[in-house]
Design a protein around this ligand. Structure first.
Ligand SMILES: *Cc1c(COP(=O)(O)O)cnc(C)c1O
Length: 428
């Protein structure tokens, strides 16, 4: 494949944008080489500026669960655009999407829309702190909750890829209120509660971790967190920015039958436009301004184009009784295919998967937290990534990312992918 135009565009971008990108993981720093510049996308495919086509396993990092340029979303955005793109006044559509989200997700009465997952998580912990009148939060190493200060302590995703788990610019004062535990380690969590009696406002967790590869919660782990929170008067926050409207209509709460106190959304809920949201039962949500004392706002929050895209997306997911089954089946098929060819080619690997989130780790031992995720062989991953790219298969340019399966993928696409992986494995 030729990457001439992408290389040129990247050189130009680097002059005026730090690192040539507006979000670090796009820069290919974790795998080396020059990022490819996207020109267009449709269904399961993305096309670059040089005219190459790729089967896309990133899907804008999750939102395109029904494929790129999904017609109902495209139509809804075009129609809305003609009516004006922002008012800074309430609109009927905001209530419609809120109603729909509340009907799909268990255990929430009210929802507030923001413009990114980062904002959703940032606002959720402020609300939790205001509501409980306590300052500290527990987060898990390798979990990513966006880039606000409180979360940039051993965060996953790009923060892991670049080996700067603790960003300069986050003050000691902020960092001391974020307590760290290991994913899937309940003893860790319990001892933090013991040593910080009556100081912990909330636990925030990705109920299925997706920013250190895909890491499922161990049997009983989420239930245990629920119990520890109840005993200690702390709130349980599920960051479902990745899992929401992906693992099931009602997200991880539905899949695992565990109730969270506050739930954060992003990615799928915006159908590819900038949307985030956080939701909870009335008692908690009524603590938000203008009803309550916890302040939170946004000039473009509930933006009509964003709400039109999100509403069309949620409606499609809500109306299609089989979509989550199809996603499960397609991903299971891919899972088995990859497992077979990697085994056949004597590669050491572990595959983790929950529903349509899947990750391949180049390590034969179980991967269940950030430490075990770091054991993967990164040199093998780099070769794997570039090999697949050459074959026309685009996975995330970092070993710490989940693959996002889209319903637009056909079984032919999956077979093509498995064959490409077979070919690439022979060169690892
Ligand atoms: C992507 C992500 C975020 C951040 O969302 P942005 O829209 O990128 O700000 C937060 N939490 C999780 C679990 C995510 O995957």
């Amino acid at each position: 494949m030729l990457y001439q135009r992408s290389s040129q565009l990247f050189a130009e971008a680097e002059k005026v944008i730090p690192g040539g990108v507006n979000s670090p993981v796009r820069a290919f720093k974790g795998v080396g080489g020059t990022p490819i510049f996207a020109k267009s996308a449709k269904g399961a495919y993305v096309y670059d500026e040089d005219g190459n086509r790729y089967i896309d396993y990133i899907n804008s990092w999750g939102p395109m669960i029904l494929g790129h340029a999904f017609q109902p979303v495209v139509d809804a955005v075009i129609e809305k655009t003609k009516l004006g793109t922002s008012f800074g006044m309430p609109t009927e559509l905001e209530t419609k999407i809120a109603d729909l989200a509340v009907s799909m997700v268990p255990n929430i009465d009210k929802i507030r829309f923001v413009s990114s997952g980062t904002e959703a998580c940032m606002s959720a912990i402020r609300l939790a702190r205001g509501f409980t009148k306590k300052d500290k939060i527990i987060k898990f190493a390798g979990c990513y909750h966006g880039h606000s200060d409180s979360f940039l302590i051993q965060a996953g995703s790009g923060a892991s890829t670049f080996g700067t788990p603790n960003s300069p610019g986050v003050t000691q004062g902020t960092a001391k209120d974020t307590l760290l535990a290991n994913y899937n380690n309940i003893e860790n969590v319990k001892s933090l509660f013991e040593s910080n009696k009556n100081e912990i406002a909330a636990i925030i967790i990705e109920p299925v971790a997706g920013n250190m590869g895909c890491i499922p919660p161990k049997e009983g782990f989420l239930e245990d967190l629920r119990q520890v929170c109840d005993i200690n008067n702390a709130l349980l926050i599920f960051d479902e920015v990745m899992t929401g409207f992906r693992l099931a209509k009602g997200g991880a709460q539905e899949l695992f039958s565990v109730e969270a106190d506050i739930v954060c959304f992003g990615k799928v809920i915006g159908g590819g436009l900038p949307v985030g949201a956080f939701a909870a039962r009335n008692e908690i949500m009524n603590y938000l301004s203008p009803l309550g004392p916890v302040y939170q706002a946004g000039t473009l929050s509930g933006n009509p184009l964003a709400m039109a895209a999100g509403f069309a997306m949620l409606q499609s997911l809500n109306d299609d009784k089989n979509v989550f089954n199809r996603l499960e089946n397609k991903t299971a098929y891919l899972h088995k295919g990859i497992q077979d060819v990697l085994s056949k080619n004597s590669i050491d690997f572990t595959i983790n998967r929950v529903g349509s989130m899947i990750s391949v780790h180049f390590d034969k031992n179980p991967v269940y937290d950030f430490n075990t995720a770091k054991n993967g062989d990164n040199d093998t991953f780099k070769k794997f990534f570039h090999g697949l790219l050459k074959e026309g298969v685009y996975i995330a340019p970092s070993a710490y990312e989940t693959w996002f399966i889209t319903d637009a993928l056909t079984y032919e696409d999956l077979d093509f992918t498995i064959q490409a992986i077979d070919k690439v494995s022979k060169q690892l």
